[in-house]
Write a protein that binds this ligand. Structure first.
Ligand code: HEC
Ligand code: HEC
Length: 272
């Protein structure tokens, strides 16, 4: 009798936990398929697996998501370095680049807050110019300039700038910000150096050393606010949203002081 009572009690408990588990699964499905895609329109863009992975690192201000009318992520979705490297005519690129020198410098290194192009990976220059041209990256001036470039012009410019020497590296840094070398797993921030060079180089990630501090910080801020949203799968937006202003300043200062502007000569690494 007591054994029977105990059995009923146990199976009721089991039934309760099974019900709770089922309810949890339903809630998870609702969140993943209905709520998240609504508050974050580009949520399912990268496929379900990406959606689930990104759900692991919920950005601080998710519901204040970027404007919906805006263009979705870049059309240059996956980067195809090898075909690009083969497609550019350096000579023609150099001729076209005469239109760019007044801002980006005679040899692709700018002493103002305009980004350096010298030694930039061809696939990066290609992608950014294409994104300006298609309106996926917003900047009135660069959009206007890129609109007049053909696909081949863009390849040629990318090839031309890729082979210009980068500014010389500065000495070893006194201090490497933690976010650069180890990231912050608690906030789902991968080390910058796993994509931007140092630990590893992921295709499409720009060479940052020697870019102006103001430019770098401004780009991070634009990613954080969603004003710049041409990064494939939100790779940079997801990181920048999690960063505190003083961290943005620290990493921008770090990369800006990694090279000496005015001392060009370091040969670009072979594109990967
Ligand atoms: C009048 C000044 C000006 C001229 C001329 C100009 N640019 Fe720019 N360029 C800028 C500024 C400013 C930015 C940063 C824009 C932003 O914040 O998105 C930029 C950004 C870029 C970027 C993105 C770099 C990166 O690291 O993301 C590329 C690539 C680029 N320009 C290529 C060119 C090329 C090629 C030309 C010539 C056809 C050119 N630019 C002419 C001012 C100029
Ligand atoms: C998962 C790889 C990845 C990680 C980690 C990463 N980035 Fe990026 N970053 C990218 C990619 C890819 C782009 C180019 C996005 C695009 O296509 O416009 C980019 C662009 C940028 C830009 C804009 C540069 C330019 O010239 O326009 C800055 C600044 C930047 N990242 C800084 C950082 C910093 C600082 C960190 C570490 C806190 C970091 N990134 C971590 C992949 C990464």
């Amino acid at each position: 009798m007591s054994a029977h009572g105990g059995g009923t009690f146990a199976s009721a408990g089991v039934r309760r936990s099974l019900l709770a588990l089922a309810a949890l699964a339903v809630v998870a499905v609702l969140v993943a398929f209905f709520w998240l895609p609504r508050v974050k329109p580009d949520f399912v863009q990268g496929g379900l697996w990406d959606a689930i992975c990104r759900a692991a690192g919920v950005p601080r201000n998710w519901s204040a998501a970027v404007p919906r009318d805006d263009a979705q992520a870049s059309r240059v979705a996956s980067v195809f370095t090898s075909t690009l490297a083969a497609g550019g005519d350096v000579g023609h690129g150099g001729t076209l680049a005469l239109r760019c020198t007044m801002c980006h410098g005679a040899r692709g290194v700018s002493s103002s807050d305009v980004p350096n192009l010298a030694g930039q990976y061809a696939e990066v220059t290609y992608k950014q110019l294409t994104d300006y041209k298609n309106g996926q990256r917003r900047h009135a001036l660069m959009q206007g300039l890129a609109a007049g470039l053909s696909e081949q012009d863009i390849r040629d410019l990318a090839a031309f700038y890729a082979q210009l020497p980068r500014p010389s590296p500065a000495g070893p840094p006194t201090e490497v910000p933690k976010l650069v070398s180890v990231g912050d797993p608690m906030r789902n921030i991968a080390p910058c150096a796993t994509c931007h060079g140092g630990i590893d180089k992921k295709p499409g990630s720009p060479w940052l050393d020697g870019m102006s501090q103001a430019y770098l910080a401004a780009q991070m801020q634009q990613f954080a606010e969603g004003a710049r949203r041409n990064d494939t799968l939100g790779a940079m937006r997801n990181i920048a949203r999690q960063m505190r202003p003083e961290e943005v300043d620290a990493v921008a200062r770090y990369y800006a002081t990694r090279a000496i502007i005015g001392h060009e000569g370091a040969a670009p690494e072979p594109a990967r």
